[in-house]
Design a protein. Sequence first.
Length: 567
Amino acid sequence: ILHSSADLADSYDFIIVGAGPGGSALSNRLSENPSFSVLLIEAGGANNDSLTINVPLLCTKLTPNTQWDWNYTTTPQTHLNNRVLPFPRGIGLGGTSAVNCLVYTRGSKQNIDKWAELTNDSTWGWDSMLPYFKKSEKFNFPVDKHNITNQFNPLFHGFDGYIGVSVPGASRSIDSRIINTTQLLPSQFPFTVDMNTGDQLGVGWVQALIDQGVRSSSVAYLSPSVLARPNLDVLLHTQVSRVLPSSSGNTFTTVEFSNHNNSLQTLTASKELILSAGSIGTPSILLHSGIGNATTLSSLGIPPLLNLPSVGQNLTDHIGVSTTYLVNSTLTYDTVLRNTTLSTHLLHQWLTTKTGINVDTSENHLAFLRLPSNSTVLRTFGDPAAGNETAHFEFLFQNGLSQFTPSGNYLNIPAGNVSPKSSGSVTINSTNPFSSPLINPNLLSSPVDIHILRHAILTSREFINSPAWSQYILQDLTNASSVSELDEFIRANAVSFFHPVSTASMSPYGVTEWGVVDPDLRVKGAKGLRIVDASVAPSLPAAHTSAAVYAIAEHGADIIKSAYHTK
Ligand SMILES: Cc1cc2nc3c(=O)[nH]c(=O)nc-3n(C[C@H](O)[C@H](O)[C@H](O)COP(=O)(O)OP(=O)(O)OC[C@H]3O[C@@H](n4cnc5c(N)ncnc54)[C@H](O)[C@@H]3O)c2cc1C
C-alpha cells in the first residue's frame, strides 16, 4: 500500500482506478499473473480497523454525510416533491462495499439473461455468469452454528472465493412470525430456501456479505497475502481527474491524478487503463476527459475527444419507502439503542467473541415479490420486470428502527421497487474534475413506478395482517390509506435504495447508437481503456447490486487475461 505517488514504480501494465468491488476484484485477479504489474488507485484511505465499518449491524451509521462517504446529493427530484436526496457512495478501500448494508442478492436468472440479450453476447447471461458469482464468494456458516439446511442451497454457492456470504448468526424475535406468515399465506408469501439460485421469488433468510460475524467488503480481495504480491501496488489518497489520449489520438492509457490534493501528475499504463470508479465516478472521469456527448461537452468548454452520448445516461436506481408499525414487545433493537449498558455489552460481546446481534445486518429476512399477473397496473403500463419470475418489489423485515427513539418499539419494513422503469443521468456542469457531478436518478419519472411502490405498501400490510402477527402490531404509523394519501406518503418519504447502474452501459459490438463499452468492456472508439464496475451493467437487476459487480469483475478479469493469452 502506497500513500505517496513518489513511491510509484516507473511503469505498470495495468492501472485500475477505484477500489470498490469492481476495482478490488480486478486488481486481485490480474495480479494473479506474476508477469502483469498492476497499480490500483483509490481516492480515499485504507479505512483500517473502523468498528463502524466492521460491525455489520452498524451499517446504517456509515452514510450519509460521514468521512466514509463522498457525500453526494441528488438534484431536486421532480416526482418526489422536489426533494434533494442523499446519494451516498463509499470512499476508501472497499469503496461503497465498505459502507453498504451487506445484503447479498444476485437478482433473477431473467435479470442476468437480459444482459445477454441487451449485449447480444451469451457470455453475459445467467448460465455463464453463475460460475463468476460463485467464484467471488466464500460462503461461510453462521457464527451461532445453527443448522442451515433449509436456509440456503449449497449447489448455488461458492466456498473458496473471497467475499464472505452467510445467513444470520443470531436470531431475532420476529423470525418465527415471518416464517409462520409464509406457512399461513403460502400462495401470496411463499417461503424460499435460497433467493440466489436464479429463482428469486418468495420470502426467505437474508444472505449477507459477512465473514464470521465481520463485514466482508471488497477489501477481502486485497488481503495481506494478496497485497504482498510484488506485482501489485495500491496508491491511496489519490483522486483521478481525467484519462488522457496519446498523441496519436484514440489510445487512452494515461491517467491524470492528484495525490493528497497536490498538483496534477500523470502516469501511463503500458497495456491498459481500467476505470472502476463506480456508476458516478466513472462517467464523471470520462466526461471531464472529453468522452461523452460531444455537443454538451463543447457547450461546457471541454474539447470533445470521443462522441459517446450514452456516457452518464441511463442511470437506473431502485427507490424505496419504509412502513413502520408500533409493536407490543420490548424485544426489538429500539430497546438496545435506548440502553447504553446493553449496547456496550453487546458491542463487547462482538469484539471478544464475534457473536450476538451485532454479527448481522439490519434484517434476518427479506422478500422478493410480484404484482399479480392480472394486475391492471401491468395491463396498463406493461411489465417493467425482466420477466415473469422477476420481482417487482422487495421487503426487508427489520426488528426495530436503526436510529434512537425516546419510546416505543417498532417493526420497520422498507419496501423497494426493484424493477423500476424510470431512469436518469449523471452529468457535469463544471470544467473542474474535482467538482461534484449532477446526479439525477429521476426517481418515479415513469408512472408505473409509483403504482408498484403503492402496491408494495398495501402488500406489506397484508403480510402483517396475517394471524402470525396478531396481538403484536399495535399501530400502523403510516397514516395513509387512499390512493392519493399513499402517493403523497411515497412522494414525501421515498428515497434512493442506492443501487445506480448503467451509466457506462455495455452494448453489442458495432452498435454506435447507444452504450459506452462493448461486451469486452472496452470503451467504444478508444484503445487501451476499459470499464469494470457497476456502470457497465446493461440493466438493473432486481437485487442489491454488489454481487453483480463482483461477478462482472470476475468475468472482466478473464476477458482481459484472455486478451493477453494468459489465465
Ligand atoms: C448506503 C448503501 C447501501 C447499499 N446496500 C447494499 C447492499 O446491502 N447490498 C449490495 O449488494 N449493495 C448495496 N449497495 C450498493 C453497492 O455497494 C454498490 O453497487 C457497489 O459497491 C458498486 O461497486 P463499484 O465497484 O461499481 O463502485 P464503488 O463501490 O462505488 O467503488 C468505486 C471506488 O472508486 C473510487 N473512486 C471514485 N472516483 C474516483 C476518482 N476520481 N479517483 C480515484 N478513485 C475514485 C471510490 O472512492 C470507490 O472506492 C449499497 C450502496 C449504498 C450507498
